[in-house]
Ligand binder design. Structure first.
Ligand code: IPE
Ligand code: IPE
Ligand code: MG
Length: 241
Protein backbone atom coordinates (compact mmCIF):
# COMPACT_ATOMS: atom_id res chain seq x y z
CA UNK A 1 0.00 0.00 0.00
CA UNK A 2 1.33 3.41 -0.85
CA UNK A 3 -1.58 5.21 0.83
CA UNK A 4 -0.03 8.41 -0.41
CA UNK A 5 -0.95 11.29 -2.61
CA UNK A 6 0.29 11.33 -6.21
CA UNK A 7 2.73 14.15 -6.90
CA UNK A 8 1.66 14.32 -10.53
CA UNK A 9 -1.82 13.55 -11.90
CA UNK A 10 -2.33 13.38 -15.69
CA UNK A 11 -5.89 13.43 -17.01
CA UNK A 12 -7.58 12.72 -20.34
CA UNK A 13 -10.71 14.83 -20.08
CA UNK A 14 -13.04 12.80 -22.28
CA UNK A 15 -16.81 12.67 -22.75
CA UNK A 16 -17.71 16.31 -23.36
CA UNK A 17 -19.42 15.55 -26.67
CA UNK A 18 -21.47 12.66 -25.30
CA UNK A 19 -22.48 14.74 -22.28
CA UNK A 20 -23.85 17.43 -24.62
CA UNK A 21 -25.50 14.91 -26.93
CA UNK A 22 -27.32 13.37 -23.97
CA UNK A 23 -28.82 16.79 -23.28
CA UNK A 24 -29.62 17.57 -26.92
CA UNK A 25 -27.04 20.33 -26.85
CA UNK A 26 -24.33 21.11 -29.42
CA UNK A 27 -20.96 19.45 -28.68
CA UNK A 28 -19.37 22.81 -27.84
CA UNK A 29 -21.76 23.10 -24.86
CA UNK A 30 -20.07 19.99 -23.51
CA UNK A 31 -16.64 21.56 -23.93
CA UNK A 32 -17.87 24.68 -22.15
CA UNK A 33 -19.19 22.59 -19.26
CA UNK A 34 -15.82 20.83 -19.25
CA UNK A 35 -14.08 24.11 -18.44
CA UNK A 36 -16.09 24.25 -15.19
CA UNK A 37 -14.76 20.81 -14.25
CA UNK A 38 -11.22 21.99 -15.00
CA UNK A 39 -11.69 24.86 -12.55
CA UNK A 40 -12.98 22.45 -9.89
CA UNK A 41 -10.20 19.90 -10.27
CA UNK A 42 -7.47 22.57 -10.36
CA UNK A 43 -8.84 23.93 -7.09
CA UNK A 44 -8.96 20.44 -5.57
CA UNK A 45 -5.34 19.75 -6.57
CA UNK A 46 -4.19 23.04 -5.04
CA UNK A 47 -6.02 22.28 -1.79
CA UNK A 48 -4.62 18.75 -1.54
CA UNK A 49 -1.06 19.83 -2.25
CA UNK A 50 -0.62 17.88 -5.48
CA UNK A 51 2.46 19.25 -7.27
CA UNK A 52 1.56 18.81 -10.93
CA UNK A 53 -1.69 18.42 -12.87
CA UNK A 54 -1.42 17.72 -16.61
CA UNK A 55 -4.60 18.02 -18.67
CA UNK A 56 -5.06 16.82 -22.25
CA UNK A 57 -7.01 19.66 -23.89
CA UNK A 58 -6.43 19.01 -27.61
CA UNK A 59 -4.56 16.14 -29.20
CA UNK A 60 -2.50 16.22 -32.38
CA UNK A 61 -5.27 14.00 -33.84
CA UNK A 62 -8.14 16.30 -32.83
CA UNK A 63 -7.54 18.39 -35.99
CA UNK A 64 -9.44 15.59 -37.74
CA UNK A 65 -12.69 16.80 -36.15
CA UNK A 66 -15.18 18.91 -38.12
CA UNK A 67 -13.63 22.30 -38.87
CA UNK A 68 -16.41 24.05 -36.99
CA UNK A 69 -15.74 22.15 -33.74
CA UNK A 70 -11.99 22.84 -34.02
CA UNK A 71 -12.60 26.57 -34.52
CA UNK A 72 -15.02 26.75 -31.60
CA UNK A 73 -12.59 24.81 -29.39
CA UNK A 74 -9.78 27.26 -30.18
CA UNK A 75 -12.08 30.17 -29.40
CA UNK A 76 -13.11 28.54 -26.12
CA UNK A 77 -9.45 28.04 -25.32
CA UNK A 78 -8.74 31.75 -25.82
CA UNK A 79 -11.73 32.79 -23.74
CA UNK A 80 -11.00 30.36 -20.91
CA UNK A 81 -7.38 31.52 -20.71
CA UNK A 82 -8.39 35.18 -20.73
CA UNK A 83 -10.91 34.58 -17.96
CA UNK A 84 -8.93 32.24 -15.74
CA UNK A 85 -5.32 33.35 -15.84
CA UNK A 86 -5.67 36.14 -13.27
CA UNK A 87 -7.34 33.78 -10.85
CA UNK A 88 -4.74 31.08 -11.44
CA UNK A 89 -2.03 33.60 -10.73
CA UNK A 90 -3.76 34.74 -7.54
CA UNK A 91 -3.91 31.11 -6.44
CA UNK A 92 -0.16 30.67 -6.95
CA UNK A 93 -0.63 28.30 -9.92
CA UNK A 94 2.18 28.05 -12.47
CA UNK A 95 0.84 27.48 -15.96
CA UNK A 96 2.74 25.50 -18.60
CA UNK A 97 1.64 24.54 -22.10
CA UNK A 98 3.04 21.56 -24.00
CA UNK A 99 2.57 20.45 -27.58
CA UNK A 100 3.35 21.84 -31.01
CA UNK A 101 2.05 25.29 -30.14
CA UNK A 102 3.22 26.79 -33.44
CA UNK A 103 0.14 25.33 -35.18
CA UNK A 104 -2.29 27.11 -32.83
CA UNK A 105 -3.96 30.41 -33.79
CA UNK A 106 -1.44 33.28 -33.30
CA UNK A 107 -3.71 35.00 -30.80
CA UNK A 108 -3.76 31.86 -28.67
CA UNK A 109 0.02 31.51 -28.91
CA UNK A 110 0.41 35.07 -27.68
CA UNK A 111 -1.96 34.47 -24.76
CA UNK A 112 -0.12 31.29 -23.81
CA UNK A 113 3.22 33.10 -23.80
CA UNK A 114 1.87 35.91 -21.62
CA UNK A 115 0.13 33.52 -19.21
CA UNK A 116 3.24 31.40 -18.78
CA UNK A 117 5.32 34.53 -18.22
CA UNK A 118 2.86 35.95 -15.66
CA UNK A 119 2.74 32.76 -13.60
CA UNK A 120 6.29 31.43 -14.02
CA UNK A 121 7.48 32.27 -10.49
CA UNK A 122 4.45 30.80 -8.71
CA UNK A 123 5.26 28.01 -6.29
CA UNK A 124 1.91 26.22 -5.91
CA UNK A 125 0.37 23.75 -8.33
CA UNK A 126 2.03 23.42 -11.74
CA UNK A 127 -0.82 23.18 -14.24
CA UNK A 128 0.33 21.70 -17.54
CA UNK A 129 -2.06 21.99 -20.47
CA UNK A 130 -1.39 19.73 -23.45
CA UNK A 131 -2.59 21.39 -26.65
CA UNK A 132 -1.80 20.02 -30.09
CA UNK A 133 0.15 17.47 -28.11
CA UNK A 134 0.86 13.88 -29.04
CA UNK A 135 3.17 11.41 -27.34
CA UNK A 136 4.67 10.46 -30.69
CA UNK A 137 5.26 14.11 -31.54
CA UNK A 138 6.99 14.55 -28.16
CA UNK A 139 9.35 11.64 -28.78
CA UNK A 140 9.99 12.80 -32.33
CA UNK A 141 10.97 16.30 -31.29
CA UNK A 142 13.26 14.82 -28.61
CA UNK A 143 14.98 12.59 -31.18
CA UNK A 144 15.38 15.58 -33.51
CA UNK A 145 17.11 17.59 -30.78
CA UNK A 146 19.45 14.69 -30.04
CA UNK A 147 20.20 14.13 -33.73
CA UNK A 148 21.04 17.80 -34.10
CA UNK A 149 23.49 17.60 -31.19
CA UNK A 150 25.13 14.55 -32.74
CA UNK A 151 25.34 16.25 -36.14
CA UNK A 152 26.91 19.31 -34.49
CA UNK A 153 29.50 17.08 -32.80
CA UNK A 154 28.25 17.93 -29.30
CA UNK A 155 27.37 14.33 -28.53
CA UNK A 156 28.32 10.81 -29.65
CA UNK A 157 25.48 8.57 -30.99
CA UNK A 158 26.27 5.90 -28.39
CA UNK A 159 25.70 8.40 -25.59
CA UNK A 160 21.99 8.19 -26.37
CA UNK A 161 20.28 6.57 -23.39
CA UNK A 162 16.84 6.50 -21.78
CA UNK A 163 17.99 9.33 -19.49
CA UNK A 164 19.15 11.44 -22.43
CA UNK A 165 15.88 10.87 -24.31
CA UNK A 166 13.90 11.73 -21.18
CA UNK A 167 15.82 14.98 -20.78
CA UNK A 168 14.69 16.14 -24.24
CA UNK A 169 11.00 15.41 -23.76
CA UNK A 170 8.38 17.96 -22.71
CA UNK A 171 8.08 18.42 -18.92
CA UNK A 172 11.38 16.58 -18.34
CA UNK A 173 11.92 18.89 -15.36
CA UNK A 174 8.75 17.64 -13.65
CA UNK A 175 8.17 14.31 -11.88
CA UNK A 176 6.60 11.63 -14.08
CA UNK A 177 2.83 11.14 -13.67
CA UNK A 178 1.99 8.90 -10.71
CA UNK A 179 -1.70 8.68 -11.54
CA UNK A 180 -3.43 8.77 -14.94
CA UNK A 181 -7.19 9.34 -15.05
CA UNK A 182 -9.37 9.01 -18.14
CA UNK A 183 -13.04 9.95 -17.90
CA UNK A 184 -15.68 9.00 -20.47
CA UNK A 185 -15.36 5.22 -20.33
CA UNK A 186 -12.77 4.59 -23.07
CA UNK A 187 -9.79 2.55 -21.93
CA UNK A 188 -7.00 3.84 -24.13
CA UNK A 189 -4.08 6.27 -24.04
CA UNK A 190 -4.90 8.11 -27.30
CA UNK A 191 -1.30 9.20 -27.92
CA UNK A 192 -1.02 11.03 -24.58
CA UNK A 193 2.26 11.06 -22.62
CA UNK A 194 3.53 7.77 -24.05
CA UNK A 195 7.03 7.78 -22.59
CA UNK A 196 6.11 9.44 -19.31
CA UNK A 197 3.29 6.96 -18.53
CA UNK A 198 5.62 3.94 -18.48
CA UNK A 199 5.04 3.31 -14.73
CA UNK A 200 1.97 5.43 -14.08
CA UNK A 201 -1.04 3.91 -12.28
CA UNK A 202 -3.98 3.91 -14.70
CA UNK A 203 -7.53 4.75 -13.62
CA UNK A 204 -10.55 4.72 -15.92
CA UNK A 205 -14.03 5.94 -15.06
CA UNK A 206 -17.32 5.92 -16.96
CA UNK A 207 -18.11 9.40 -15.68
CA UNK A 208 -18.16 12.00 -18.46
CA UNK A 209 -15.75 14.91 -17.92
CA UNK A 210 -18.44 17.61 -17.39
CA UNK A 211 -19.95 15.55 -14.56
CA UNK A 212 -16.66 14.46 -12.97
CA UNK A 213 -16.64 16.04 -9.49
CA UNK A 214 -14.61 16.25 -6.28
CA UNK A 215 -15.97 12.91 -5.04
CA UNK A 216 -14.98 11.20 -8.28
CA UNK A 217 -11.52 12.71 -8.00
CA UNK A 218 -11.28 11.49 -4.39
CA UNK A 219 -12.28 8.00 -5.56
CA UNK A 220 -9.43 8.04 -8.09
CA UNK A 221 -6.98 9.20 -5.42
CA UNK A 222 -8.22 6.50 -3.03
CA UNK A 223 -7.70 3.87 -5.73
CA UNK A 224 -4.17 5.17 -6.24
CA UNK A 225 -3.54 5.08 -2.50
CA UNK A 226 -4.54 1.42 -2.30
CA UNK A 227 -2.09 0.22 -4.94
CA UNK A 228 1.38 -1.17 -4.48
CA UNK A 229 3.87 0.29 -6.95
CA UNK A 230 6.58 -2.26 -7.49
CA UNK A 231 8.64 -0.88 -10.40
CA UNK A 232 9.79 -4.38 -11.28
CA UNK A 233 10.56 -5.50 -7.73
CA UNK A 234 8.63 -8.10 -5.71
CA UNK A 235 5.91 -7.15 -3.28
CA UNK A 236 8.06 -8.39 -0.39
CA UNK A 237 10.96 -6.19 -1.43
CA UNK A 238 8.68 -3.16 -1.50
CA UNK A 239 7.14 -3.97 1.88
CA UNK A 240 10.55 -4.38 3.52
CA UNK A 241 12.05 -1.25 1.99
C1 IPE B 1 -12.92 15.49 -24.93
O1 IPE B 1 -14.27 15.27 -25.14
C2 IPE B 1 -12.50 16.88 -25.31
C3 IPE B 1 -11.64 16.95 -26.50
C4 IPE B 1 -11.15 15.95 -27.14
C5 IPE B 1 -11.32 18.29 -26.98
P1 IPE B 1 -14.81 14.71 -26.53
O2 IPE B 1 -15.15 15.87 -27.39
O3 IPE B 1 -13.86 13.74 -27.11
O4 IPE B 1 -16.13 13.97 -26.05
P2 IPE B 1 -16.73 12.64 -26.65
O5 IPE B 1 -15.67 11.58 -26.56
O6 IPE B 1 -17.11 12.93 -28.06
O7 IPE B 1 -17.90 12.35 -25.77
C1 IPE C 1 -8.29 12.42 -26.29
O1 IPE C 1 -9.69 12.36 -26.44
C2 IPE C 1 -7.81 13.82 -26.43
C3 IPE C 1 -8.34 14.79 -25.47
C4 IPE C 1 -9.08 14.56 -24.43
C5 IPE C 1 -7.91 16.15 -25.71
P1 IPE C 1 -10.36 11.88 -27.81
O2 IPE C 1 -11.82 11.80 -27.53
O3 IPE C 1 -9.94 12.75 -28.91
O4 IPE C 1 -9.74 10.42 -27.99
P2 IPE C 1 -10.12 9.26 -29.03
O5 IPE C 1 -9.93 9.80 -30.39
O6 IPE C 1 -11.54 8.88 -28.77
O7 IPE C 1 -9.18 8.14 -28.69
MG1 MG D 1 -13.67 11.73 -26.93
Amino acid sequence: MTDSLPRHVAIIMDGNGRWAKGRNLPRIAGHRAGVDTVRKIVRACGKKGIDVLTLFAFSSENWRRPQREVTLLMELFVRALQQEVKNLNKNNVRLRMIGDLTALPPKLQELIKNSEELTKNNSGLTLVIAANYGGRWDMTQAVQQIAQKVAAGEMMPEETSPDIIQQHLCISDLPEPDLFIRTGGEQRISNYLLWQLAYTELYFTEKLWPEFDDDDFDAALASFGSRQRRFGRTGEQVENA
